[in-house]
Write a protein that binds this ligand. Sequence first.
Ligand SMILES: [Zn+2]
Length: 392
Amino acid sequence: MANRLVSMIDTSRITTIVRDLVRIPSVNPPGEEKPVAEYLFNLLDSWGFQTRLVEKPFANRPQVLAILPGTGERPPLFLNGHMDVVPEGNPDEWVDPPFSGTLRDGRIYGRGSCDMKGGIGVALETARIIQQSGLERKGDLVLAFAVGEETGEPGTKTLLRESGYTEGFGIVLEPTGFKLGVAEKGLAWFKITLAGKPAHCSIAEQGINPIDKFLILGNAIKDYDTKIRERVHPLCGPAKCTMTILNAGTKENVVPESLALTLDRRMNPDETAEDVKHEIEQILKKLASADPEFSASLEITRLYESAEISPDHPHVGMMAREIEAVTGQTAEIWGTPYSTDVRNFINDAGIPAVTFGPGDIAQAHAFNEFIEVEDLAKGTKIILGVVENLLL
Ligand SMILES: [Zn+2]
């Protein structure tokens, strides 16, 4: 059966769809996914899928949910992708216009080709073949195309909730170069604000200078970073805390009234943002108890929680075998250094999921971004194998 399904892969159909998708800019920010959502809705609807535009969490940024129903004997399989792409940047840095979808030397060029309209193309081709094969599915095949991934918005999270499913298995088709991502680091940005008391510098001692307080705080954060780097995850490496933005002062001769310090905190799968916030609060408390003039507040300004499933999950082994069968190479079980919507499956919906897809992550967000057509075909072959194992 596998060979029959594989023989149905139509590389020119995938190529056409991915080029179409690249030619519809869906830049985020500001969040212009709507025309891509409408394209995908119309396509899947015309193919006879149970297709919905989900106008949540944003009414003007619809998401796409399409189901190819099964008998219900087995849990569903989700193929997930985000429709948004990052801004193209300076167009002069591009050889072809950023949204040209140019096909050259076996590559499709353009913003989003690799991250991740190529992955969406793989999901569509897989679903199309399964439907055309006429084979009975024992479980639902669910396509979930989200908004707002690039800006950490609750796109996939909302789609999963709206779908009503509480079990199954998810594949987030981000470009991993066919590595199999079972764990990923989280990311939290913290803003610490130190309060000061402004004074003219001729009588500076009558003020409270938050820059003086920062001299102590900065060292404490540096020590914290050193300490947490000893927390090494086998796939994701060390936790990290990096000071990235520092702002203070309004005028040359005035003691500043406040200081703001931003931290970029990379979290391992066994760390949560709540735990990390508590750790930083403890540092601030300690400094405040040693110095009555030390006054700090803390807020999280951006959060992508970490996530993982066991590398021993049976579907991980099955996918590794499918990857090896197609690529001829041992599948690398991977900790993704970047954040994806896989956390929405694992943490929010309680559905195990992996990050896996065609394309080199080095191409994501780069000028002259491209994806190899051959990788789209290989990716479809692998995902077809997975569908066969789980649903047929
Ligand atoms: Zn992406």
